[in-house]
Structure formats: structure tokens, C-alpha cells
Ligand binder design. Structure first.
Ligand code: FAD
Length: 484
């Protein structure tokens, strides 16, 4: 293949993984053309629909994404779901199959993140009202169209959040933060209205293990400790070493924040939160008057096998306890799902970890039996993955960026090194080939970057009237209605 041969890459997903991989490839392959397919009419994935509204500085990466999207060799195709197994977000959504991308591009990058959530698998979880995944709640306050109708019940005094990662702390902070602070952010209007009426006074952030084993990081804990008029109930000090100075620096600083707590005393203020340790959810309890609603959660009380070891496991003590609450959030992780067409494309999906099998550098791999009936890993030519669908749902934007660069380098090295890709000799047609194919549903509904700019402009104008950064559209129909 000649050094200046055109290289057509299809990217599935417009979050950080998709943008940063595209950037790397466009920078290093002389004649690369990237088409980015996004199921929603709006780009940026969890930067728009996950990152908390009171963390606007985190969203600065959008400026870089805008710069990438402005390149003449980049094309955004919004409102196009690829190989989607769920029902269309709207009747106006364009839908295509993975195989269509494989027929019309040299390479396909899977960067579609994690849009499902892990389950606890305990009784009552799927039947009782009032139990939400953190993903739904976060999507609700951030304007994710699927979650716009959530209407969480915030009429009780107490809320229980199961899980002790940063997303759990985001949920707790949104429940406890002064709504006048949130009013200036890009939080959705429906969430603001409901949070303003919220009666929740106490948030329990519950973990199976202790503070030494929790997944949250210092910035998020500090933010909660600094909320005015919100107290923190002291942690069980026996779960931390007597002398915190003996801990590695990062952990020492984190545990010092947890031990120091807040200057506000729980008896001086109605609002408070706590880190409830060594509780493993057992089942949800129904209301005595209304058996369709949750009234509380029963937990097994656990014991750490090695109290101060951050990797310690727990065992049950045989005792249980109940935390009553009308609302429960399970914050035990997001989850990716396989796309329709994976099997036909030879893509293996690890259902347990929720990741596409790959070589660690983003080359999609499959296990095959060779002639000696030995099982070997084989690369699937032209297919790559990056971000949460490659790593599992952990890591921040910076780590996702580094991971995307690694995948980008693998693509560049394979292309420039003459490896096999999806087309052998034929010119890939890209979107121009796909839009005319019979399998393409609603081809005319795909939107371009300039259309997103129109949506962006209207959102910012609506926000300005309310003194906030933007007022997000919460339905795809609304988004599409402002496109000319
Ligand atoms: P995503 O950002 O999820 O992007 C995937 C995209 O693919 C989405 O736009 C989705 O709509 C699209 N898509 C899905 N399926 C299809 C399909 N079939 N066809 C076409 N498109 C599809 N990181 C920080 O650094 N700071 C923070 O404060 C922070 N806060 C967070 C808060 C929450 C609640 C969460 C969940 C994460 C947070 N993160 C934060 C982490 C950060 O958001 C992730 O690391 C990053 O977004 C992962 O990028 P991604 O591209 O892999 O996935």
C-alpha cells in the first residue's frame, strides 16, 4: 500500500475515547478520513451526560473535541445508532448495522462506552418503585433523553446510595447541594425543580467494605465535606489505622479528610451524610401500605478479613441491619453490552467484564483453535476498540485519553506497517456508500457537526435567559426540531 493511500476510519461513539483516537490517527496517517457515528444528535458521551453539572472545568476537553471536529478530514454523523439492540431513541433515529461499516470503511473503531448498569441481583431490585441506578439518576439531571422521565421520589427524609465510588459521591452531592448553586450550572430544569422540592435530609453512602477499601478519590470527598450546612457523621475509627502517618501518602491524605469530617455538627444542621461501612445489600423491603414501593434495604453486616488492607475481602458475620428509605440508588458500576452483529463479525465480547476482547492495545482479538487444537488469540483485521468498552467502566477522561492514544498508535502502526484491514484494494466508500444501502433506516435523519452547532447555540441562548451555561434539550425530538 502506498504511503499516501486514503485511509477511511469509522468511529462508533463520540465520547472522549472516540475523539482522542480519531485525533491520534488523523495526526499520524497522512491521508486519514474519519467519520464519527453517534447514536444521539449531540456529541461528547459522558462528558455531557455523566460529568456532574457543578464540575464545568472537567468539560473543557470539549474545546479540543470541537477543534478535532473542525478538521476537513473529519465528519460527524449524529443521530445514527450502529448495531443497536435497544429500541430506537426516536422514530427519527437513523439506524445502521455494524456490517455496513465493515463493508464501507478500511477500519472500524468501537468506542461506544457503557450505556447499561450493573445489577445487585437481590430480591425487590427490579420490581419495587423508588430504586434507581446511579446511571439513570445522573442521566436525569444531565439531560440524557432516555432518563428524562425518571421523576425520582425525593419526598422521604433519607436516601441510600449503594456503592462508594466517585459516581456515588456525585449522587450524594447532588442530593445535598444548595439548589441555588446548581441553578447556575447546566443541570436540567426538570431536575432543578424537583431537587428544589426535595425533602431528603440524610444520605447514607454504603459500602460492603470499609473506608480503607473505598473507590472514591480525595477531590470528591473534599467537595462533600465542604458543602455549607451539611454535616458528616464520623466514620467507625476502628476501620482505620490508629496512626494515619503510616499509610502511603495519597491514602494518608484521603483518610485524613475522612477522619477530619466537617466543622458542622450533625446536631446543628438538618442535612448530613455518612459513609456506612461493612454492609452488603441483601434485599429490598416493600412499604407496609404500598407493596409496590421500596421502604428500606436489609444488609448483611460484613467483617473485613484484613481491616487495613485496601484489597481486603469481607465475610458475613451472620447479622443483618435495615436502613429505611423511600429511595435507593445503586451505584455499583456502568456496563457495556455487545452490539448486534458482533458474532457475524467475529468479535468476542466478555459478558462478565463487559468489554470487547482485545490485545490490550485496542486490536480486537478472538480465540481460535489452530490445527493442533491449541487455542490461540487472533487479531480481527481492521477492528479496534477504545475507552470504557475496551477497559471496562473505570477511569477518568485523562486515563481514557491515554488509552485512546494507545489504540490510535496501534491503528497507525498497523496501517503504515501494511497489515490487513477490512478492504483489500477496493476504495472504501464511507458514509456515501452506506446512505444508499437498503439496510439503512432514515438515512436523511443523520445530522452533521454544523447541525450540532445549531443545537448548541439554541441551548446556550436558552441558558443565558436563566443565567446558566446552557439549558439542555432533554428529548431527541426537541434537538432535531431546531435544525434547519
Ligand atoms: P462515553 O463517554 O460513554 O462515550 C460513548 C458514546 O458512544 C456516547 O456518546 C454514546 O451515546 C455513544 N454510543 C453508544 N452506543 C452507540 C451506538 N450503538 N451507536 C452509536 N453511538 C453509540 N471523568 C473525569 O475526568 N472527571 C469527572 O468528573 C467525571 N465524572 C464522571 C461522572 C459519571 C457519572 C461518570 C459515569 C463518569 C465520569 N467520568 C469523569 C468518567 C468519564 O466520563 C469517562 O472516562 C469517559 O467519558 C469514557 O469515555 P468513552 O468514550 O469510553 O465513553
Amino acid at each position: 500500500r502506498s504511503a499516501d493511500a486514503a485511509f477511511r476510519l469509522a468511529v462508533v461513539g463520540s465520547g472522549p475515547a472516540g475523539f482522542y483516537t480519531a485525533y491520534r490517527v488523523m495526526n499520524r496517517v497522512p491521508n486519514a478520513q474519519v467519520d464519527m457515528y453517534e447514536a444521539l444528535p449531540v456529541p461528547f458521551g459522558l462528558v455531557r451526560h455523566g460529568v456532574a453539572p457543578d464540575h464545568p472545568e472537567v468539560k473543557n476537553c470539549q474545546d479540543k473535541f470541537e477543534e478535532i471536529a473542525s478538521s476537513p478530514t473529519f465528519r460527524f454523523l449524529g443521530n445514527v445508532a450502529v448495531g443497536s439492540t435497544s429500541k430506537p431513541a426516536s422514530p427519527d433515529q437513523c439506524r445502521i448495522e455494524l456490517q455496513q461499516l465493515m463493508r464501507n470503511y478500511d477500519s472500524v473503531l468501537l468506542a461506544y462506552g457503557a450505556s447499561e448498569d450493573k445489577k445487585l441481583g437481590i430480591p425487590g431490585e427490579s420490581t419495587l418503585k423508588g430504586i434507581y441506578s446511579a446511571r439513570q439518576f445522573v442521566g436525569w439531571y444531565n439531560g440524557l433523553p432516555d432518563c428524562a422521565g425518571l421523576e425520582p421520589n425525593l419526598d422521604g427524609d433519607e436516601a441510600v446510595v449503594i456503592g462508594q465510588g466517585n459516581v456515588a459521591l456525585d449522587v450524594a452531592r447532588m442530593l445535598l447541594e444548595d439548589v441555588d448553586v446548581l441553578r447556575k450550572t447546566d443541570i436540567t430544569e426538570h431536575a432543578l425543580e424537583r431537587l428544589a422540592q426535595s425533602k431528603i435530609k440524610r444520605v447514607h453512602v454504603v459500602g460492603r467494605r470499609g473506608p480503607m477499601q473505598a473507590a472514591f478519590t480525595i477531590k470528591e470527598v473534599r467537595e462533600l465535606m465542604k458543602l455549607p450546612k451539611v454535616a458528616f457523621h464520623p466514620v467507625n475509627r476502628a476501620l482505620l489505622p490508629e496512626d494515619l502517618k503510616s499509610l502511603p501518602r495519597a491514602q494518608k491524605r484521603l483518610m485524613e479528610v475522612v477522619v477530619k469530617g466537617t466543622t458542622t455538627n450533625p446536631s446543628d444542621t438538618p442535612s448530613s451524610w455518612s459513609l456506612d461501612s461493612c454492609l452488603s445489600p441483601k434485599h429490598f423491603l416493600a412499604h407496609a401500605q404500598d407493596a409496590t414501593r421500596v421502604a428500606g434495604t436489609e444488609f448483611d453486616i460484613t467483617q473485613l478479613e484484613s481491616v487495613f488492607d485496601p484489597k481486603s475481602r469481607v465475610k458475613p458475620t451472620g447479622e443483618t441491619t435495615i436502613l429505611p428509605s423511600d429511595i435507593v440508588f445503586r451505584s455499583v458500576g456502568y456496563k457495556s453490552a455487545a452490539l448486534h452483529g458482533f458474532a457475524g463479525a467475529g468479535i468476542q465480547f466478555d459478558e462478565r467484564r463487559g468489554v470487547v476482547d482485545n490485545d490490550g492495545l485496542g486490536r480486537v482479538t478472538r480465540l481460535v483453535s489452530d490445527s493442533d487444537t491449541q487455542v490461540v488469540k487472533q487479531q480481527v483485521p481492521g477492528l479496534y476498540c477504545a475507552g470504557w468498552v475496551k477497559l471496562g467502566p473505570t477511569g477518568v477522561i485523562a486515563s481514557t485519553m491515554n488509552d485512546a492514544f494507545a489504540t490510535g498508535d496501534a491503528i497507525v502502526n498497523d496501517w503504515l506497517g501494511g497489515a490487513a484491514f477490512l478492504q483489500s484494494g477496493e476504495k472504501a466508500e464511507g458514509w456515501d456508500g452506506i446512505r444508499g444501502e437498503t439496510g439503512t433506516i432514515n438515512a436523511d435523519k443523520a445530522i452533521m457537526w454544523d447541525n450540532w452547532r445549531q443545537i448548541d447555540k439554541v441551548e446556550k441562548e436558552k441558558g443565558k435567559l436563566k443565567g446558566k451555561e446552557r439549558e439542555k434539550f432533554t428529548s431527541t425530538t426537541q434537538m432535531l426540531s431546531v435544525i434547519s
